[in-house]
Unconditional design. Sequence first.
Lengths: 665, 179, 531
Amino acid sequence: MDVNGIIYGVFVYFLALALAAALSLSGKYLKKAAALFVGANVIGFITGAIYLARFSSEQIVLARWEWLFHFSPTLSFLPAIFFTLISGVAALVGVYGVRYLELYEKTYDQSSTQFLTILFVLGMQGVLFANNPFAFLFFWEVMSITSFFLVMADRTQESARAAFLYFIMTHLGASAILGGFLILGGGSLFFDFSQLQAASQAVSPALAVLSFLLFLFGFGSKAGLVPFHVWLPEAHPQAPSNVSALMSGLMLKIAVYGFLKVVFSFVGLPYWTGLVVIVLGLLSGIVGALYAVVERDMKKAFAYSSIENMGIIFTMLGVSLYVMQRSSSEEVVVAAAAITAFAIFHAISHAIFKTALFLSSGVVISRVHTKSLEFMGGLAKILPVFSFAFLLAILAAGPLPPFSTFYGEWGFIQNMIGLLHVTSLGTSVSIVLVTTLSFIGLIGGLAIFAMVKIFGISMLGLSRAEHMEKRAEKTDIFLVAPILTLSVAAIVLGIFAKSILASLLAQRASLIGQVSPVPFLSGLSSASVFFVLAFMLALVWMVKNYFAKEKLERSYQTWDCGQPIDSSMEYTATAFSAPVRFFFLRFLGRDKVLKSQPVVATNPWIRKYVFVFSIRSVWKDKLYEPIAKILNTLAQRLRAIQSGRIQYYLLLLLATLIITLIVVL
Amino acid sequence: MKLLQLLRILLLGPRVTEKVEIPKTPEDAEFEKVGEEVKEIVKNLYGGRSLRIRAVDAGSTNGEEIELTALNNAYYDIDRFGLSFVASPRHADMLFVSGPVTRNLERALKTTYEAAPQPCIVVALGDGAIDGGIWKDSYAVVGGVEKVIPVHVKVAGDPPRPVEILRGVLSALRSQENN
Amino acid sequence: MSQLIATLLQAAFVIAIAPFMSGIVRMCKARLQGRKGASPFLPYLTIATLFKKEMVISEAASWVFRAVPFVVLATSVSVAFILPLLFVGGKLASLSDFLIVGGILMIGSIFLVLGGLDPGSAFGGMGSSREMTLAALVEPIIIMIFATISFVTGTFAIDGMVGQSLIWAHPYLLLSVVAFLFVALAENARYPVDNPATHLELTMVHEAMILEYSGPYLAMVEMASSIKLTVFALLLSNLIFPSTVLGAAGVGIVSIATAFAYGIVKVVIVAALLALLETTIVKMRFYRMQEYLSIAFITALSGMVVAIFAVYAKIGITYYAMFGALAVFFVIFLFGHARSQAMLRYYALSSLAIAGIALSLSFIKEDEKTHLWIFALVTIAVKSILVPRIIRSAQKKYKDVIDPRSFLRPASSYFIAVVILIATFFILENTPIVGLVEYSSLLYASIALVALGLATMIIHRNIFSEIIGLLVIENGIAVFTLVTVQSLPLLVELGVFIVTAVSVFILSILSARIRELHGSADTEQLRKLTE
């Protein structure tokens, strides 16, 4: 297979996607369209994998369509990683979607949902192939608008509001990106991405900083960085679970890709810009993790966890930017390049496990018909295979050893400790690094807490749901299989982490002109971690069976000091997270209302108590509400102009004309 | 310094359980003897074991509980014979049931017995636990542990003295050994 | 080959001795309480019993409940294989990366938590919630401790860290080791975090999660926690005494016997110390854990900061710098406490550290030896002994039942202190004075003391705390003079001490009078006096 094979593969992929979209729009061949979608993505995955294995150093220009706004789709190493990832994950989500949409026949309009989903994937993939800002923004909009419609697929009031918020935020972000490109291109949107570096040098430093800030806002708001995150926990959970998985697992990666592609081409930014990225990243990490811990809506908690992971990725990118701005000595540049490689690796792992988690949330919700963790529980007994897959995904979400997520953070922490040794960086850098180090540790701990809480409360214990569907697990095999595949993928990626990271490191190093690959700081082998742990488990199992041969077992009710037990006595999600909520009270908003009224009017002692507890978003209260208030008052002031008399408007027109003339002349 | 004083007491203070410093009554000597026997029998019971006890209060006057606390204190210290109290019936090898089993606690007692893994020895402590004691034939009590769960050994007394309790444990273990 | 043998022997040793470790802790505790206690070999018998008993499994439990004992025991056992406990450089030494080990222990905690949640009882849920909180908040501390050690030693593997002599060559790493002790107590559910002997469900952490387990599963979970305790005990002693760990390469009969002997000695000593600790301190309320954990974190962070400082400022191993760091360190604790008794204690310790600075300077400045000796002695006499006594006696007469609380919670005040330290550091970085003085590290310490003293006065509400804040500022100035002014006439210095003592005397008498007249030592209450 040569380069042409790759080109054919990509074209077949896009044509098949378009065909699948058309088929689902027609409404007749939904199943076939879904199968075509899955098949196309498998082809895409294979194509991408072959490219990565064989031609990773080449940049392939697939076609040159000068007539189509200078669009010439290009495949290079970085987009190819995301291309492979998106097609692989989308194939599994496609399999899942078949059964999922069947379950929710009445809620979602099947043909339009499927059509929009396919178009959504098409948009994401298109962004990767864009070679100039125009194509980039075009596909970016395809991605945003389709997902906007998907968010309100169930056509309820609540999701319409979430979708509207999403629409505003994503378009503010898109316009910021547009502005950034316009500044870089000097008003043009048709310059090639290969000229980005030259363009950033051509504009004045102040403009370069301005465009950096615009890009940071644009990509950061798409990635859900705090404080631009308010839309994410609203919009992601409202979409159907397979679409939530695509949005959280994949769309956020497009933002990371954009940031890597554009901002890392900038030359000569002042060093505080890197610091800004670090601060935003750490803030997102800590806020995302804390809210994921206290959140009681399962999908919202996963959305907050996405914010946290995006925070970690942007912290990595920020540290990389920051140290590169502070020093250009070889060891620093190499470490910075290595950190970006680990960030990309973390993005890949996040795509895998977060997709698995959102798909799992779909399975859980399809059984208990609520998103609230307070009404779940006891599912592990009905769904043993699913609960195993879900548990693996949960463990993969926390940075824990045999899973791939661990190795991204592992490399990041080690590189930071390595950077501390570089005395030429100065003490302020080391203070930044130590602070980052401690926050990363805290974020990791809280993330594990959040994940364990979600699994423990939703799957274990007694069932709290009023109507739990107890149909056999076999009927949902198409829902479970993709999740299991993704969870296993997280382990497999963890086993091969070392070699995958080695090639990523070599690639990042070659970008900065380093010929020799970046060495690992530790002699650890990722495969042996898995095999040692697996061996120990087998050993313990054998030893136990040797010593306790006969199985004496009896089943009896849970011990609770001898009283009858029911699910109302279980620990709830709110109770489980109470210690963390208490320890971090300053960072979390909450409302506690205790109302009491006498049951009998004559006796004040017998009272009925109502306790209401709710978690509030500090960001909404302290940041967005004041902004909204200021805008509102401004609008009120401006309303004075709007008198409704036509003569008045004409007067305004005249005044504008005169002022313009004065300014111009 | 307070800490130094505390350390001095802890490290150099008298050993309360020690034989020499406190004059022993014949009963104390018997306690010692029975304890040693229990220790031996526990060791040989099923081929090398310890004995963990869960105390269940089925409506007692707390007289028995005070004696149980006494078993744990520094003077009697049943810990040295390899006996210990545990927090859950799941961990227990033996149940100490005290009280005449009030109607409200009948279910709790039954649940506790069921929750403990077999083999589990049940010791009824005190007159109340044997037949209801002073509450015998009251409408509020079931009257005797035996009516709710099988009992292996009964220890009479209201409340029984620690040495009697220990003797009860011994005879319970003997009966188990013979089975 | 010999590496493999060493690793296998080490794991076998740790697994075999683990029940003995828990037994001996129990026995030592009983002895300290004046009891005879059970034989230290009792846990072996218990485990043997449990393996032959029936299991009662909760009806609500799923497969997770059954998987938990296997995973928990497997994680403990793998740590026993991986870490350098008896032999350094074993077969699996490359796996002893600190993040990997932390992650493996975390998996064990997670499964224990799931096992607590699965039967659906309130006790299990409560224990799980607490255990998970501790495990999550301990994570940054572990990372900070081992980041420091790996920064100093240049290796990420704990194997490499133990292979070097740490705190003997780098005394400031003692801070990291102390922080590791805090972490070890929290991870193993010992005092002051958890009471391992409690029967009250509401005070349980670890025990509440395993209430549902019985028979072989219970034996496995108990075995796992004993192994974990033994591993931490051995690792902690290996970090302090690296020479007790033997090389894995070329093990012979002699070296195996020595390693085992060392291992037994270490286990017994650590167990005895643990028992002593558990009888002398009390368990903390769970909701005060944030205080405990932030102290542990600040200790670990101080270790890191001093280590970086040592590298950047090229201080090397100087005792005066270490004493300077200690002086600041104690003042941070002073800052976080609301009780003026505790504040006085830390003030005395901080002053002791300042005396230490003078003493260690005396070895460098030969010509001022006697002068510095007198300074140190007078500092100890006046500031560590006399001044605290004066304030204490002034306070004694009208002791408040509850000291007025400070404006900040302890945990937040520790973090404020860190922010103040960073700020002073930045300010000094950009002032030209640093380069001029010979002992610049002490300059940082003195300015930090002044800033912290000021902050103490701001956030505390007790008038006696205000006096202590003033004294801390005075301490900072004393360090400053020690560094900048080469030799002050002895008379002037002694005069300063007398003035300090006298002013403290007058101030505390005045404060006591105010306290007596107005019935409160709370500055908020005393604001009324202005009217």
